[in-house]
Design a protein around this ligand. Structure first.
Ligand code: A2P
Length: 274
């Protein structure tokens, strides 16, 4: 599996299994199958309520813990210095781990809460309990405010990203600051039907032995983005990691770039009601 080296030297596999909306046994089965299929990167969050099953599937795989990259996220209600410490310990306990590879602030709330939570994450990072720390759903101004008090630069910013939202400006900004973008909902999530119905994707996929999903995912990988496709279906789990032989001509790249229409399927981070 191809890896990317984050700004602190930690290596992250470029494809990770997303587990949002995968409940309990479904999450267990998906993670177990993904690890058999060659995934070494699993993305979960406290709010997904499946950390226990994710951790158990990793343990049962008998693959050494250090060979698997695991991410979890601090939920909004747990933001703040002390709460973040407690929430992180709960996440570790649920997963059954003694360290985590990547821990993210799930959504930006107030600047103060982000700064206080970040301080806790930095301490846990310095203690070696987290290998890398980052954020999720942060836009320019959230990052700029975090920078005012941060002493550790976020390693990643995990955002909604797919062919419809290609984040040209945020990508350039993060690249300059040495932050990698991670794409959640890389297949448009619950609206994947829109992706599958796209004629450009259909045409590009038909011209090579690839599926529409594989074309949409590999396009993001080629932009140097870490992708987190979610699936609980064994065949699709395998399909989503079998991308690395797909290449695009410059014409195809231009066609795929043209699909960037700004249509979001998840809330705007500046207007969240949770
Ligand atoms: P399922 O879990 O039944 O496979 P996203 O990664 O953007 O969040 O998208 C996830 C959605 O896309 C889920 O509904 C998932 O359903 C579906 N999905 C995942 N991989 C594929 C694929 N290769 N082809 C078609 N649908 C897919």
């Amino acid at each position: 599996m191809k890896t990317i080296t984050l700004n602190n030297g930690v290596k992250i596999p470029v494809v990770g299994l997303g587990t949002f909306r995968a409940k309990e046994n479904e999450a267990y089965q998906a993670v177990a199958h993904a690890l058999k299929a060659g995934y070494r990167h699993i993305d979960t969050a406290a709010i997904y309520r499946n950390e226990k099953e994710v951790g158990q599937a990793i343990k049962d795989s008998q693959i050494p813990r250090e060979e698997i990259f695991v991410t979890s996220k601090l939920w909004n209600d747990d933001q703040g210095y002390e709460k973040a410490h407690l929430a992180f310990q709960k996440t570790l306990d649920e997963l059954g781990f003694d360290y985590l590879d990547l821990y993210l602030i799930h959504w930006p709330k107030t600047y103060q809460k982000a700064a206080d939570s970040w301080k806790a994450l930095e301490e846990l990072y310095h203690q070696g309990k987290i290998k890398a720390i980052g954020v999720s759903n942060f836009t320019f101004h959230h990052l700029e405010h975090l920078y005012e008090t941060a002493t550790v630069i976020p390693a990643v910013n995990q955002v909604e990203m797919h062919v419809g939202i290609q984040h040209e400006k945020l990508r350039a900004f993060c690249q300059e600051k040495n932050i990698y973008l991670e794409a959640y909902a890389p297949l448009m999530s619950h609206e994947i039907k829109n992706l599958l119905a796209n004629e450009t994707l259909q045409k590009v996929a038909a011209s090579k032995s690839a599926t529409i999903a594989q074309v949409a995912l590999k396009y993001l990988v080629d932009l140097d983005v870490i992708i987190l496709p979610k699936s609980t279906n064994p065949q699709r789990i395998e399909e989503n990691i079998d991308l690395f032989n797909i290449t695009f001509t410059s014409e195809e790249k231009a066609l795929l770039k043209g699909l960037n229409n700004g249509r979001k399927y998840f809330p705007d981070p500046d207007n969240i009601a949770f």
